[in-house]
Design a protein around this ligand. Sequence first.
Ligand SMILES: NC(=O)c1ccc[n+]([C@@H]2O[C@H](COP(=O)([O-])OP(=O)(O)OC[C@H]3O[C@@H](n4cnc5c(N)ncnc54)[C@H](OP(=O)(O)O)[C@@H]3O)[C@@H](O)[C@H]2O)c1
Length: 445
Amino acid sequence: MSGDRELDIVVFGATGFAGRLVAGYLAGHAPGGLRIGLAGRSERRLTDARAGLGAPASAWPLLVADSADPVSLGVLARAARVVVSTVGPYRAQGLALVEACAAAGTHYADLTGEVLFIRDSIDRCHDVAASTGARIVHCCGFDSVPSDLGTLVLHQAARADDAGDLLDTTLAVTAVRGGISGGTLASMMGQQDEVRASAERRRVAGDAYALSPDRAAEPDLGDERDLDWARYDGDLRMWVGPWAMAGINTRVVRRSNALQGWAYGRRFRYREVTGFGAGPAAPMLAVAASAATKTAEAWLAFGPSRALLSQLLPAPGQGPSEKTRRTGFFRMQIHTRTSAGARYLGTIGAQGDPGYAATSVMLGETALCLALDRDHLPDRAGVLTPATAMGAALTARLRSAGHTLAARRVTQLPHLSGPPRKRRPRLLPPRVSRRVNLRGYLLVN
Ligand SMILES: NC(=O)c1ccc[n+]([C@@H]2O[C@H](COP(=O)([O-])OP(=O)(O)OC[C@H]3O[C@@H](n4cnc5c(N)ncnc54)[C@H](OP(=O)(O)O)[C@@H]3O)[C@@H](O)[C@H]2O)c1
C-alpha cells in the first residue's frame, strides 16, 4: 500500500444522504492531521456539502469524479489510501470504482447490500486486489456489520473456552426502529429488477453460498434457504419471522467463514430471523410482520405500485429526519451451540437509526480503521468482509463508539426466563409517508 498518497480518506458520494452523514461523522471524530477529502460528480454540490460539515472540514479538498467516467475514478483511486463510497445503486454505479481501487492498491469500503454486485466484484476484482494489497470491503453498514462482527465475536468466545466449532447459529432481531432513504429504495428495486430479468441471476441471488470464494468446496448442510414466513421455533422457544436483510447478511457471514478456512466450523449453519418472543401476542405479531414484509416486497416489485409509492416514499437524496435518526435503535441476539455441547449468546445493538445514524458510525469507523489500524488488521487482501478485513480492530472501534458487540456462555436461553416486561412489545405497522418506516415495522420494546 502506497504511503505517498495525497489523502488518507476520500468519501465518494458526499453529496448524498448517507454520504453526508458519513462525512459528518468523520468531521466530528477523525483525529487531527488525518487528510480527508470529499468526492462527487458536482463541484457545486460538494462545496455545499462541505459547508454543512462545519469548521473541521472547511479545508477538506474536493475531488470531482463521475462513476460513468473511468478516468476520473482512476485519479480518485490513486489520490487516497482509503476510498469509502456511498454512490449507489452499486450495481449500476459501483463496479468501475472497485476495479480502480483494486488496481491502485487502495483500500475501499461501501454500504452495498446488493448480492449480485458483490458477486461481480469478487469475480472481477478479488485476485487483482489480493495482488496489490487492497482490502475491498463491501457491506460496511447495518448490512452486514452487526451480523458479521457479531458472529466473529461469538466464534472468538467459543474458541477462547476451547468449546469447539459453531453449529446451528441464529441471529434474531428483537427490536429495531428506523427509516429508509430514497437511495436504499432505488438499490432494492434495482436488484429486484435484475433478479426478475435473468434466470441465472435469480439462481445466484437464491444461493445460500452466493458469495463463496470456492462454491464447490462449501459443505452440503441441507436446506439453508432464508425463512419466508412466521413459525414457532422450538429450539429458540420463541415465535420467529423473516428478517428483511437475511438475504445479504447470511451470505456475508458464510463468506467470512470460508475466507477464514471455515474457522467457525464445517457444520456451521447460519440464519437470520426476526424474534417475537413467546408471549400471547407473539404469533399474531409474527404473522402480521411476515405479511407486511411480503406486501412491501410486492409493492416495490411492480411498475404501477412503484409509481404510486414514489409519490409517497423518499426520493434519492432524501431520508429519515434528524429526530428519526436520533431516536432509532436496534437490538439483536445470536444463539449458537458448539460441537462440544456448549451454548453461547451474542448481544448486538446500538442507539440511532440503524440504516443511517448507526450506519454512519459503522462506515466512518471502517474508514478510520482501514486508514489508521494497519498493524492490527488481519493479514489479508482481496474482496473481503468486515470480519475478515478488520475483525477485532473494527469491533474495538465500534465498542468505543458506544455499540454493543458481546458474547457469553449460557446454560439456557435468557430471553423468556427473565423478569416480566413492564410493557408488551408493540407492533408498528409500516406507515406509508415521507417518513416511511419499511425496515422499522418490527418490535419496539
Ligand atoms: N447498508 C446499509 O445499511 C445502507 C444504509 C444507507 C444507505 N445504503 C446504500 O447507500 C447507497 C446510497 O444511499 P443514499 O440514500 O445516500 O442515496 P442518495 O442520497 O441518492 O445518494 C447517492 C449519491 O450518489 C451520487 N451519484 C449518483 N450518480 C453518480 C455518478 N454518476 N457519479 C458520481 N456520483 C453519483 C449522488 O450524487 P449527486 O448528489 O450529484 O446526485 C449522491 O451523492 C444506496 O445504495 C443505499 O442502498 C446502505
